[in-house]
Design a protein around this ligand. Structure first.
Ligand code: PHE
Length: 446
């Protein structure tokens, strides 16, 4: 049997895992959901979920992955026996579906790089930027071509393998994205009238909480941390025994929610300064950003740099999604890495086509009253990923907890464990599963 790949260094792993976590979920999805769900309350709930249930499940995924040295389907079987096998398929399938629509939005970021380079965004006004976005997504062919290009890039990185492909990319570009984000936050919060946006974003009005807000915040916490479908199990499987996993999980959660927080700050300060509608939906980031660039010296340069970094952030997340399914074919069916990446990449591209068209020519076609893209997003993030998290949490808490805890304790010599393991066990056993069921029920019935 070939030796399993490993991350080259601890920082490399944390950046790669943070690279999976930080992506379109932070810069595109988080701000538009927050805008639709009352701003500050959404932020508050999201943070609570990230640092309670989310981080516990993240730790469980990493530990399970490292202990089993397998992707989700194999990990559940190796550690839990045949009965648990199906739980892992769930994750593999979810990764597949998420990537199909994720890559469509990834394609938009590529389209925006091209627009920025060719001067198509120069001096954008809010109205002009809105028009540019609507024209792009409604076009029948262009978004598909970009979706194809984005999938092709994802395949190339996965082909190169975990350490050289994924780790090297993340190590260089993640810090760059963070710095650029800080600069843009600086520009956005000093725009005239940015204060109204900051108030909307930073002062939670808890009277606005509804069941839908709670579910959206929970599913965003999972989506953003990349948990619930086994991406972190897969990344954990490439870890050596040296790392302290609680510390790594804490770092990942802090980096991930930190980037989402900054992205929100940038977007809402600008949205209010430009008189845009915070509840405008999935176009929010793509309309707001060019308008900010239109208002700053050197804007066109910043625009190119930002969309390049956003595309890379999206790519490092997409790579982790494809890696789940590719690792499955490699581990369980002995397929070669290149064969698996190509085959799955092409299938996922085809699966994404209806999502892309649903924003333009197939606008009127609905599934359960939702356009295809909304349906794919809702089905995966509101149903499959929370269910995956319940199974994972039950499995970690009831089936493998003693083994996982022992393994984590083993690291204690000399290293401080940031999250007390007992609390973690209780969250996995009770709080996580019950909390998720309760939250989903609340969303259905209130
Ligand atoms: N966390 C990624 C983002 O925020 C998306 C993702 C979800 C990646 C689930 C892997 C698994 O963009």
């Amino acid at each position: 049997m070939h030796e399993r790949e490993q991350w080259k260094s601890r920082t490399g792993f944390i950046l790669a895992a943070a690279g999976s976590a930080v992506g379109l979920g932070n810069v595109w999805r988080f701000p538009y959901l927050a805008g639709e769900h009352g701003g500050g309350v959404f932020l508050a709930l999201y943070l609570v979920f990230v640092f309670t249930i989310g981080i516990s499940i993240l730790l469980a995924e990493l530990t399970i992955g490292r202990a089993a040295k397998r992707q989700p389907a194999g990990a559940f079987r190796v550690l839990g026996g045949g009965r648990w096998h199906a739980a892992g398929y769930f994750g593999v399938a979810a990764a597949f579906f998420v990537l199909s629509f994720y890559s469509v939005v990834g394609g938009w970021t590529l389209a925006y790089i091209v627009k920025a380079v060719s001067g198509g965004l120069d001096g954008a006004t809010a109205a002009g930027a809105g028009q540019t976005f609507t024209t792009l997504i409604a076009d029948p062919l262009k978004p598909l071509a970009y979706h194809g290009a984005f999938m092709a890039l994802t395949i190339v990185v996965v082909l190169r393998g975990v350490a050289s492909g994924i780790e090297a990319t993340s190590k260089l570009l993640m810090p760059a994205l963070f710095i650029l984000l800080l600069v843009l936050v600086g520009r956005a919060v000093t725009l005239p009238n940015a204060g109204a946006g900051l108030a909307f974003y930073l002062q939670p009005d808890f009277q606005k909480v509804t069941g839908a807000t709670v579910i959206a915040a929970l599913s965003q916490a999972f989506f953003s941390l990349s948990v619930g479908l086994g991406a972190m199990i897969t990344y954990g499987s490439y870890l050596s025994m040296r790392e302290s996993l609680p510390k790594s999980a804490a770092w990942i959660a802090v980096i991930d929610s930190g980037v989402a927080f900054l992205a929100g700050l940038m977007i809402f300060a600008a949205v209010f300064a430009f008189g845009l509608d915070p509840a405008a939906g999935p176009g929010l980031t793509f309309v707001t950003l060019p308008t900010i660039f239109g208002q700053m010296p050197g804007g066109p340069l910043f625009a190119v740099a930002f969309f390049v970094l956003l595309a890379v952030a999206a790519l490092t997340s997409a790579v982790s999604l494809l890696e789940v399914a590719v690792a499955y074919l490699i581990d369980e069916h002995g397929v070669s890495r290149s064969g698996a990446a190509l085959l799955l990449g092409v299938i996922i591209f085809i699966l994404g086509i209806p999502s892309s068209l649903s924003l333009g020519v197939w606008r009127d076609f609905t599934l359960f009253g939702l356009g295809v893209m909304d349906f794919m997003d809702g089905a995966t993030t509101k149903v499959i990923m929370p269910l995956g998290s319940i199974l994972l949490s039950l499995f970690a808490g009831w089936v493998v907890y003693p083994r996982l805890a022992r393994e984590l304790m083993h690291l204690r010599s000399g290293e401080r464990i940031a999250i007390p393991l007992r609390v973690w066990g209780i969250v996995c056993k009770y709080l996580g599963p019950l909390g998720i069921v309760w939250i989903m029920a609340a969303g259905l019935f209130f």
